[in-house]
Structure formats: structure tokens, C-alpha cells
Design a protein around this ligand. Structure first.
Ligand code: GUN
Length: 291
């Protein structure tokens, strides 16, 4: 059996195209949706992610401003940048690319962002709404993108056994809340580095979501025949057959596609969905700014 690919690139561009009408309506009211992206330090992957976010903004007509800071930036300076962006009425969305440089307190930075401009959905106010069963606010982008991929492919989640591998505040934890919410109704297990026998827990799952950032960790024989597999991981690994000697790899071994019913490719699966949901949250934040 060869799994159906869940094409995040195609769905992400469809979602972005669908935002254009709402952007036009906002501009007719004199509001130009505006995303500010703070990028501190030299992390190569972060630079690629931020460039892709800026490209999407440009493609659909969202104004974007990038604030580049050196890796030597201190906590006080970062907090001042956030305070200035919070006070700037022309800015509707603020995103601080993670990870922030060592020695800075990322949680304190997240908590300093105005929740109404928190297009990453990481502020306790926005995460707290998810606990209350509300997913109408600013929902974290990667979890929202995964839910949109599952909905688009009509994957039946009611009563389904979902195993999430990874308990990060960015992906695993909010995704668990979204999958378990009323109306979605999956039964969720969160596995992590201290979980015993992850392989057999995965084998009983109808849906496996891997979000640990360790390449090819989830093997084909961990996957039940016909299960849905969502690969959130994206790592750069050595590959001598490629011109630059590297390629991108997910957390799931590619041979899992021979067992799964549906699977996301890496790249081209979850990554573009995260960006589409960021665009969606930025439009939502701009709409909420005058509601
Ligand atoms: N780093 C990796 N993923 C993300 C994300 O979704 N948002 C931010 N701000 N940083 C990230």
C-alpha cells in the first residue's frame, strides 16, 4: 500500500488565495494588515523560515516589517522592541522567531506581546482559550495547519486514537487540546522523551503526529496499516547524492509511506501550512483591531 500524500503546499496556497478577498475588504476600510517579524541571531533555519513568511506576505498583499537583531541582543532591548511594536497602531501582528538567542528569556518575551497581536498564538491568553474549548481566537499556526490538513482530507477523527510524539508549547500541547476538543473528539495520547515503548503506543494509533525534530525516528513498523501520519519535524541531514551535500528530513522514516493511509511529505507538508495559518492569523488580528 502506498499512502495518499497530504499536500500542504497546495492547500496552503489555496488558503492564502482565499484571504485575498478579506484583505481587499480591509484595505477598502483603510486598514493595511501589517506583520512585524523579529529575528534575533544567526540561526540558519530561522532565517529561511522568516524569508518564507515574508514571501507569503508579499504574495498576498500583507505589509511585513522585519526587525533584525544581533545574537548579542539582551533581554531589555528585546522587551523594548516588543513594547514599541505593541504601541504601534499600524502593526497588527507580532512574531518573534524562535529560538531567541541564548541568555534571553523566550517565555517572558512571549508574555510581553499584546495578546491581540500575538499571531503565533503562544501568549498564555491565547493558549488558555484553547483549554476553554475556544478555537476562534489566535490559534498556534502549526497545530492549526495540521487540523486544516486533516479536515481537508476528510480524515474521521471522532473516537480516533491520536498519538502526538512531542510535548512542546508550540506544537504538541496545543495540538492535543485541538484534537480533544468537542466536535473533533479524538482520544489523545501525548508521548515524550520519558514515555516507555513509544513504538507499541504508536502501533495502536489511527493518527500519529511526530513533532520531536529528530530525523527518521518513527519507523514504518510503528505505524498501523492505513493510519494517518503527520510529520511536523524538519531537520537538515547529510546526503552525498545532493549537489549541496544535504537534504531536509522529517521525524518519520520515509518507508512509513508504504504502510500509512495518508502521510505528509517533508518538505511540502506541514511547513507551508504553518505559514498559511500565520497569514490567516494576521488577517484575523487586523479584522479584530476595529471590531
Ligand atoms: N520557530 C519554529 N517554529 C516557529 C513558529 O511557528 N513560530 C515562531 N515564532 N518561531 C518558530
Amino acid at each position: 500500500m502506498s499512502a495518499v500524500l497530504l499536500d500542504g503546499k497546495a492547500l496552503g496556497s489555496r488558503i492564502e488565495d482565499e484571504l485575498v478577498g478579506r484583505l481587499t475588504a480591509l484595505k477598502a476600510k483603510g486598514i493595511e494588515p501589517h506583520l512585524a517579524v523579529v529575528l534575533a541571531g544567526e540561526d540558519a533555519a530561522s532565517h529561511v523560515y522568516v524569508r518564507n513568511k515574508e514571501r507569503s506576505c508579499k504574495r498576498i498583499g500583507i505589509r511585513s516589517t522585519r526587525i533584525d537583531l544581533p545574537s548579542s541582543v539582551g533581554q531589555d532591548e528585546l522587551m523594548q522592541v516588543i513594547a514599541d511594536l505593541n504601541a504601534d497602531d499600524s502593526v497588527h501582528g507580532i512574531l518573534v522567531q524562535s529560538p531567541t538567542p541564548s541568555g534571553t528569556d523566550e517565555i517572558a518575551i512571549t508574555e510581553a506581546i499584546d495578546p491581540a497581536k500575538d499571531v503565533d498564538g503562544f501568549h498564555p491568553m491565547n493558549l488558555g482559550r484553547l483549554v476553554m474549548g475556544r478555537s476562534d481566537g489566535l490559534v498556534p499556526c502549526t497545530p492549526a495547519g495540521v487540523m486544516a490538513l486533516l479536515a481537508d482530507a476528510d480524515i474521521d477523527l471522532v473516537g480516533a486514537k491520536a498519538v502526538i510524539i512531542g510535548r512542546s508549547r508550540i506544537v504538541g500541547m496545543p495540538l492535543a487540546l485541538l484534537l480533544a476538543q468537542k466536535g473533533i473528539d479524538a482520544t489523545v495520547t501525548i508521548a515524550h522523551s520519558r514515555t516507555e515503548d513509544i513504538a507499541s503506543i504508536c502501533r495502536s494509533a489511527d493518527l500519529v503526529i511526530a513533532a520531536i525534530g529528530r530525523p527518521a525516528t518513527i519507523k514504518a513498523d510503528w505505524i498501523k496499516s492505513g493510519a494517518t501520519v503527520i510529520d511536523v519535524g524538519i531537520s537538515r541531514v547529510a546526503d552525498d547524492s545532493r549537489p549541496n551535500g544535504t537534504r531536509l528530513a522529517g521525524d518519520v522514516d520515509p518507508t512509513a509511506a508504504e504502510v500509512a493511509g495518508h502521510i505528509t511529505p517533508v518538505p511540502g507538508g506541514v511547513g507551508p501550512m504553518t505559514i498559511a495559518m500565520l497569514m490567516s492569523n494576521t488577517v484575523k488580528a487586523a479584522e479584530m483591531s476595529f471590531d
